[in-house]
Design a protein around this ligand. Structure first.
Ligand code: FES
Ligand code: FES
Length: 161
């Protein structure tokens, strides 16, 4: 069955006639060609598909797009502005916490969601949040350092997604 829905993706409205079985992940990648949001497990376990939905970080593989008519979705493509990286992206580069293109976008989106909830999270809160973003290639120390560094400056006005 198909349904007509509207979604704001990266602050631009889209009318989409979609199969009701399609996820938000399917929509951003397959309908809109936004390839920064990745499909890892497709079961809600790896965090590679994390986007903000109405300012909450969520695993987009688990969300049926038809249930989110009228929602705002921000993907990693929507967080940088005016040719500048988002402060979290900048901090990941500066602290040596940047990882592969597969896991990093999900981490960026999950951490932005955390900072929208809690502007100065503890290290424990950062670690707890990142536990939903799996990477078995390396460690999390520099990523946690980067998040704490960025949180020290909080998110400047105008840099919120
Ligand atoms: Fe969504 Fe892994 S692809 S959590
Ligand atoms: Fe990206 Fe491990 S999955 S560095």
């Amino acid at each position: 069955m198909k349904k007509l829905i509207t979604l704001s993706i990266n602050q631009e409205w889209h009318e989409l006639y979609i199969d009701t079985r399609r996820s938000i992940l399917d929509v951003v990648r397959n309908e809109l060609g936004l390839m920064g949001t990745h499909r890892g497990c497709d079961t809600g376990n790896c965090g590679a598909c994390t986007v903000l939905v109405n300012d909450v970080a969520m695993n987009s593989c688990l969300l049926l797009a038809a249930d989110y008519h009228g929602a705002s979705v921000i993907t990693v493509e929507g967080v940088a502005g005016n040719g500048m990286m988002h402060p979290i992206q900048r901090a990941l580069v500066d602290c040596g916490g940047i990882q592969c293109g597969y896991c990093t976008p999900g981490m960026v989106m999950n951490v932005i969601g955390l900072l929208l909830d809690e502007s100065h999270p503890s290290e424990e809160a950062v670690r707890r949040r990142l536990s939903g973003n799996l990477c078995r290639c390396t460690g999390y120390v520099k990523i946690v350092d980067a998040v704490l560094a960025a949180a020290g400056d909080a998110l400047p006005p105008g840099m919120q997604p």
